[in-house]
Design a protein around this ligand. Sequence first.
Ligand SMILES: [Zn+2]
Length: 81
Amino acid sequence: MTTLNKEQIQTLVGLIVTTQSDQITCDDCFGQIGEFAEHALEGRELSAGMKIIQQHLQQCPCCKGEYEALVDALKEVESQG
Ligand SMILES: [Zn+2]
């Protein structure tokens, strides 16, 4: 089993997200996650701000779980009309 140290992981993450310069915190993400979920559900084009949320969700399992729960809830509301 190969164990990556923190530096190696950060390098890998940096390679994947080379263009990311705006780091946001989970608090920032939670603050806009509702808006992002609506954008995603409606298939709207994502603004720069929303793309930052999207990037955070790809990296943060915690926020991703929260986002998926929110999407499920929104879909349920929609299906109830
Ligand atoms: Zn997060």
